[in-house]
Design a protein around this ligand. Structure first.
Ligand SMILES: NC(=O)c1ccc[n+]([C@@H]2O[C@H](COP(=O)([O-])OP(=O)(O)OC[C@H]3O[C@@H](n4cnc5c(N)ncnc54)[C@H](OP(=O)(O)O)[C@@H]3O)[C@@H](O)[C@H]2O)c1
Length: 332
């Protein structure tokens, strides 16, 4: 486990301009509340003169986050871009806007929330998977060039369920018929394997897919299925023991976004090889990392599962399907 003191020590180095850029650019999708908001605040506090793009839908929530970030770091610039990111076309528009303002991005943090909905978007994507997978992969792919320009301080962090990779239903990649019980493993493996494809295109960028732990956020305050209601009651009773406090979660996500220990496949700045984490293919410093709430690499059972999915063609099938969906949607 990477303990909180190690996380905080690493984050406290970010104001040292020989270690980290003095004007880092962060893009945080889902930055208006919950984990994204906590990360935006921790990033504002830890860096010298950051420029942070906060993506979400609610202007009111964004105004609140921006006010809190400004209070933590008056030298920072915080900008809201409002859009429904369940739609690929909106993701493309948002990326075009960011490209107009910036020539590089340091961390891209993908923390948009999701609803357990079996509906489809107007672009004919399963809404749940659109938010968790397609929209995030599209944004990372669109911004890959800007990320590469920020190497060796470039990172994509996907807030999801790293370490919970499971069977991929290759006959139903959109997961429309996959049960609630199995959909998490399905989406999680799709994300990690797709990040590996992106890493091949941009080997100087590193990619982290993490599970944040159970964090008390608005995600649990919404209505929803009876399972969610039972889980909420359980959380309320056991929060002290089971949940990762939101501030700690923000600090851990700054660590995930900045420490050189999640090294890219090429151009790593780190010389102490033993402090680099093990990648999703089991190799130290391989550039893609599936990690748990404690920031440690996933167990070897996950690496074995992913290896099988690479060898049996699942990873290629996911990538082909994803590119086909993007091509279909952009042709609409
Ligand atoms: N909290 C946990 O215990 C936990 C555990 C494991 C994984 N996760 C994952 O972590 C991620 C963040 O969760 P959270 O707990 O921080 O959730 P949250 O508090 O509900 O925050 C979700 C964020 O996503 C934005 N968002 C939601 N739908 C959107 C849409 N259609 N378009 C654009 N932005 C949208 C929200 O902004 P607006 O309201 O402004 O649109 C908000 O900023 C989720 O993917 C969740 O599955 C969370």
């Amino acid at each position: 486990m990477v303990n909180l003191i190690t996380v905080q020590q690493s984050n406290s180095q970010l104001k040292n301009t020989s270690i980290y850029p003095s004007e880092p650019v962060a893009v945080i999708a889902g930055g208006t509340s919950g984990i994204g908001k906590a990360t935006a605040k921790a990033f504002a506090k830890s860096t010298v003169c950051p420029r942070v793009y906060i993506l979400g839908r609610s202007q009111e929530s964004a105004d609140r986050v921006i006010g809190e970030c400004k209070a933590l770091n008056p030298k920072g610039t915080f900008k809201f871009i409002g859009a429904d990111l369940s739609l690929i076309k909106n993701v493309d528009d948002v990326c075009e806007r960011i490209k107009r303002y910036e020539s590089r991005i340091n961390p891209l943090i993908l923390s948009t929330g999701m609803s357990l909905s079996n509906t489809v978007t107007e672009e004919k994507l399963h809404r749940l998977v659109a938010m968790a997978y397609y929209s995030r992969i599209r944004m990372a792919q669109n911004l890959l060039h800007l990320l590469s320009s920020a190497a060796p301080f470039a990172r994509v962090v996907v807030v999801g369920a790293g370490g919970r990779e499971g069977h991929v239903h290759t006959d139903d990649l959109q997961g429309l018929k996959v049960s609630l019980r199995h959909i998490r493993g399905h989406i999680t493996a799709m994300i990690t394997l797709a990040l590996e494809k992106l890493a091949q295109e941009a080997p100087t960028v590193s990619f982290v897919h993490d599970y944040p732990g159970t964090v008390r956020t608005a995600l649990f305050d919404r209505g929803g299925t009876w399972i969610l209601q039972v889980f909420k009651a359980f959380l309320w009773l056991s929060e002290r023991w089971l949940c990762v406090p939101i501030e700690e979660c923000g600090e851990r996500h700054v660590f995930l976004s900045t420490t050189p220990r999640y090294a890219p496949a090429e151009g790593s700045q780190i010389t102490a090889k033993d402090s680099v984490f093990r990648g999703s293919d089991g190799q130290t410093g391989s550039g893609v990392y599936s990690v748990g709430w404690d920031c440690e690499s996933s167990p070897s059972s996950v690496e074995t599962l992913l290896a099988t999915q690479r060898e049996d063609g699942t990873a290629d099938a996911i990538w082909r399907h994803t590119m086909d969906q993007f091509a279909r949607i952009t042709a609409l």
